[in-house]
Ligand binder design. Structure first.
Ligand code: MF3
Ligand code: CO
Length: 272
């Protein structure tokens, strides 16, 4: 069942989303060679709790940490560990928080030091695909307009893989709600996009083919061919003037502008 949020509930989701966005911003500034993913996790948990939130991942289906930290060929759900980051790697950091019962969920992929140009490009394509997807969302449009925009942009940029086993989702008083939001497929299908719908759009794009497997830790998702993957995610909703990225510190203004889409973030953001 799709949970439709009131304007007041969307405001609460903005508070949670902003905390997630600021946590990721803080973590991005801490990524460098020699830092462990467990350190990043500890920083994230402290930041979330210090700002009145709860880390939503911790304990979710038994997940042991507050972030997912997925390095290079790890696509998503990497468990933080004492492993140290190395120059030239890329790390995807996925983070969720609950404030006052409402969830935010977002992810970024960050370079450790300087990375090969093809990895920098992979990250750019994945982030732009996310913004294309969010930017394709229109009131009275349909869910898979987002899916189609993500996939067609990735395909237009080269022979990347678009992961199919993991998808975006509705989000609200639970992290994962209906409807599932695939990162591929034909436009014009699925539920109508309407006010009060809140979705997480989260493309996972690979440098090689799209197939993945789960490691023996039962969480870490890796590419079958061992090539790197990137992952970006924002929680967003729709307003009369366009999409509003609730987990983006700027509400999505810059990202949506970069793909020529309108942004529906309110002029006065009450959560800021
Ligand atoms: N944030 C992920 C998603 O986007 C889920 C993380 S799984 C967890 O759906 F177990 F780590 F919480
Ligand atoms: Co998500």
């Amino acid at each position: 069942m799709i949970q439709i949020k009131s304007a007041a509930e969307v405001e609460k989701m903005r508070v949670a989303g902003l905390l997630v966005g600021r946590t990721l911003q803080m973590l991005a500034g801490c990524v460098r060679a020699g830092v462990s993913t467990a350190e990043l996790d500890a920083l994230a948990e402290a930041f979330i709790r210090d700002h009145g939130g709860l880390p939503s991942f911790k304990g979710y289906l038994g997940y042991p940490a507050s972030i997912c930290a997925s390095v290079d060929d790890e696509v998503v759900h990497g468990i933080p560990s004492r492993r140290l980051l190395v120059d030239g790697e890329i790390i995807s950091i996925d983070c969720g928080a609950i404030v006052d019962g409402w969830h935010g969920d977002a992810a970024i992929t960050v370079a450790v030091g300087s990375v090969r140009p093809e990895l920098a490009r992979l990250m750019e394509v994945t982030e732009a695909a996310m913004w294309r997807g969010i930017g394709a969302a229109r009131l009275s449009g349909r869910l898979t307009d987002v899916s189609h925009a993500v996939e067609s942009y990735v395909r237009s940029q080269g022979s990347y893989g678009v992961v199919e086993e993991y998808v975006g989702h509705g989000i609200g008083t639970e992290m994962h709600q209906d409807p599932p939001l695939p990162n591929y497929g034909r436009p014009g299908r699925g539920p109508r996009l309407r006010k009060g719908l809140v979705l997480a759009c989260e493309p996972m794009v690979t440098l090689g083919d799209r197939h993945t497997h789960v490691l023996a830790d039962s969480w870490t998702v890796c590419t079958d061919d061992g090539l790197p993957a990137a992952h970006f995610e924002h929680t967003f909703t729709l307003t009369d003037s366009g999409p509003w990225a609730l987990t983006a510190v700027d509400g999505g203004r810059a990202g949506l502008a970069s793909v020529g889409a309108p942004c529906g973030a309110p002029e006065v953001d009450r959560a800021e």
